[in-house]
Design a protein around this ligand. Structure first.
Ligand SMILES: *Cc1c(COP(=O)(O)O)cnc(C)c1O
Length: 355
């Protein structure tokens, strides 16, 4: 990137990082380079090791998070790659309300005798610290999906390192625009690129970002060996989506804050959870039935899983078998998009009348 100034604002980095050089006849965007193999003797060699389209995405995300990024085939492929680093019988301390796939992997690895998972309330800093003594890895997700608990990332990173644990932060909900875990000392940042980074409900992809060269090499070596690589087209779409991250997050966050305020004043809910930033709200209806009526009574809001896209989506989380039983049956996770907030509210208001 020309003029590689570290002081650039994230809004500029998002637009400029990972572009070809400003030279005659260079395209402005990294091309979609479909290749399984390259002429021998260079840096790329084979399509499982490298691809210039992934590299462009990695360069942009690395610049945003302040480290070096590795793209993966999905967020869960990135989760699996990190958990692979934990030695036999290693202890992993993780949020009890982490993403259900992350919890699922921990549970499965524990059942196979690979490691020990200790699940904690990640918002209760003292309780987390109390479990860190024997930990090999502290897993932070903040805000959590879908409970929206917020962790004291800086304090937990310090405590994790004091206890000799590595620390990974799943930064999917906050995005690097709101939280930069590497600056807070974390060893690894994890993303489901599928969500806010790509942002258009058309890509499944994941990423890890680190600062330490040795750790980068280990994770890259793991990806080379296991082959959990992203598709070339997906990488291109993810980078295309990333270019507007700041605008999308700004708008969807403003919409979410306004909707959270109105939902809190509405009488229909046992609880409205909004951490005060981000674009995800969780509302708790009195029953699963009322939640199902809500998610089936709208015309703009789409009943669908996933989050972080331009369009507003929502779902009752307990419809998934793997969701923690401590998540209320009537909890609906709402991912607020970038539409007009009055249109979103009118659609919700008429649906709420039916619950
Ligand atoms: C969706 C999600 C994941 C998993 O990512 P995929 O891209 O779906 O594999 C991990 N963490 C969080 C917080 C998520 O929301």
């Amino acid at each position: 990137m020309p003029g590689d100034t570290p002081a650039l604002s994230p809004a500029t980095v998002v637009v400029h990082a990972g572009r070809p050089p400003h030279e005659a006849d260079q395209p402005l965007n990294a091309p979609i380079q479909m290749a399984s193999t390259y002429v021998a003797g260079g840096a790329l060699e084979y399509g499982r090791y490298a691809n210039p389209t992934w590299s462009a995405f990695e360069e942009a995300l690395g610049a945003l998070e302040g480290g070096r990024a590795l793209a993966f085939s999905s967020g869960l492929a990135a989760v699996s790659t990190v958990l692979d680093l934990v030695g036999q019988d290693g202890v992993v301390v993780a949020p009890r309300h982490a993403y259900l796939g992350s919890i699922g992997q921990l549970g499965e690895l524990e059942a196979r005798g690979r490691l020990k998972a200790v699940l904690v309330d990640i918002a209760d800093t003292d309780a987390v610290i109390a479990e860190l003594d024997d930990a090999a890895l502290l897993w932070i997700e903040s805000p959590t999906n879908p409970a929206l608990e917020v962790a004291d990332v800086q304090r937990l990173v310090e405590a994790g390192h004091e206890a000799g644990a590595s620390v990974v932060v799943d930064n999917t909900f906050a995005t690097p625009l709101m939280q930069k875990p590497l600056e807070l000392g974390a060893d690894i940042v994890l993303h489901s690129v599928t969500k806010f980074l790509a942002g258009h409900s058309d890509v499944v992809m994941g990423a890890l970002v680190v600062q330490d060269q040795q750790l980068y090499d280990v994770l890259k070596g793991r990806r080379d060996l296991v082959g959990a690589i992203p598709g070339t087209l997906e990488s291109w779409l993810a980078l295309r989506g990333l270019r507007t991250l700041h605008l999308r997050v700004e708008r969807s966050q403003a919409n979410a804050a306004e909707l959270a305020r109105r939902l809190s004043e509405h009488g229909a809910f046992a609880e409205v959870r909004y951490p005060g930033f981000g674009a995800v709200i969780a509302v708790v209806l009195p029953t699963a039935e009322a939640a199902d009526v809500l998610t089936h009574s709208t015309s703009l809001w789409v009943h669908a899983t996933s989050l972080g896209s331009v369009e507003s989506t929502f779902e009752r989380r307990r419809r998934w078998k793997g969701e923690a039983t401590t998540i209320p049956e009537g909890l609906v996770r709402m991912s607020v998009g970038i539409e007009d907030v009055e249109d979103l509210w009118a659609d919700l208001e008429q649906a709420l009348e039916r619950t």
